[in-house]
Design a protein around this ligand. Structure first.
Ligand SMILES: *[C@@H]1O[C@H](CO)[C@@H](O)[C@H](O)[C@H]1NC(C)=O
Ligand SMILES: *[C@@H]1O[C@H](CO)[C@@H](O)[C@H](O)[C@H]1NC(C)=O
Length: 235
């Protein structure tokens, strides 16, 4: 707290007040950067895509994590990706039950709006599996592969979020987009192991791809507009 106060004292007065919970969001640039050529993935916006999925015709959830194609080639396969997300605590839906409806996303790869390829939920305890999570709520992500013919990079685009328990119909918790993303990123960066393979991800934060705030965002839950670019290595 003391540290925060002394840091604030260094900021120009206009930025330092008012002090609110969402100050960090308020201070972030709201302008989007123009799409440019990226290494390891393609900016969906170049070919008419966007960093918000299509949950409903008007609202969507942020695509807030990218797994770059500079990752280990196994991670880019469906099987390798499954092994990987199990290593960081996620698994497919409980008993194949599919809650809620399928989201679509336009990754600007020529496929236009395509249905999610994967929906995985965090399982808190080994052995309990995802059924536990489905009951109490928790972290989950949807993933799409950028593999349309016009930008076939093989990168994975994820929309991560944390939700309330199932009695609340899988509502995203306040700040649940940022929290869900950060939890996933934290596990990836810390490193993980599954079926004898160890992984660790390099992380790059990007702003300017996704507009901060709640405009166009499902449930009007604000998010900070940051996208995590992960490059996952075998260690
Ligand atoms: C990785 O993505 C880049 C675009 O950033 C693309 O040029 C390259 O071909 C992709 N690599 C693979 C292995 O698909
Ligand atoms: C793109 O990737 C998804 C997920 O792995 C797969 O289901 C789909 O068949 C792939 N599409 C093509 C054209 O290879």
């Amino acid at each position: 707290m003391l540290l925060a106060v002394s840091l604030l004292a260094l900021l120009p007065v206009t930025l330092a007040i008012p002090i609110r919970d969402n100050q960090q969001i308020a201070l972030r640039p709201s302008n989007l950067a123009s799409p440019k050529l990226e290494i390891g993935w393609a900016d969906p916006r170049i070919l008419g895509g966007q960093f918000v999925d299509f949950t409903t015709p008007r609202y969507g959830e942020p695509l807030n994590v990218i797994i770059s194609n500079l990752s280990d080639p196994f991670i880019l396969t469906e099987k390798g990706f499954r092994w990987y997300y199990k290593s960081i605590g996620f698994s497919e839906e409980c008993l194949g039950l599919h809650y809620g409806h399928v989201h679509k996303a336009d990754l600007g790869d020529g496929d236009r709006r395509k249905s999610e390829h994967i929906l995985a939920r965090q399982h808190y305890f080994p052995g309990w599996g995802t059924c536990w999570e489905s009951l109490v709520g928790g972290n989950h992500f949807r993933a799409w592969k950028q593999n349309g013919t016009e930008a076939n990079t093989g990168a994975w685009f994820l929309g991560a979020s944390k939700e309330e328990d199932s009695t609340k119909n899988h509502m995203i918790i306040p700040n649940g987009y940022n929290i869900g993303r950060d939890l996933l990123v934290q596990s990836a960066v810390t490193g993980s192991r599954w079926k004898g393979i160890s992984w660790r991800a390099d992380l790059e934060w990007r702003e300017g791809l996704l507009k901060p705030g709640y405009e166009g965002i499902n449930h009007a839950i604000a998010q900070d507009g940051r996208v995590a670019i992960l490059t996952v290595h075998r260690v």
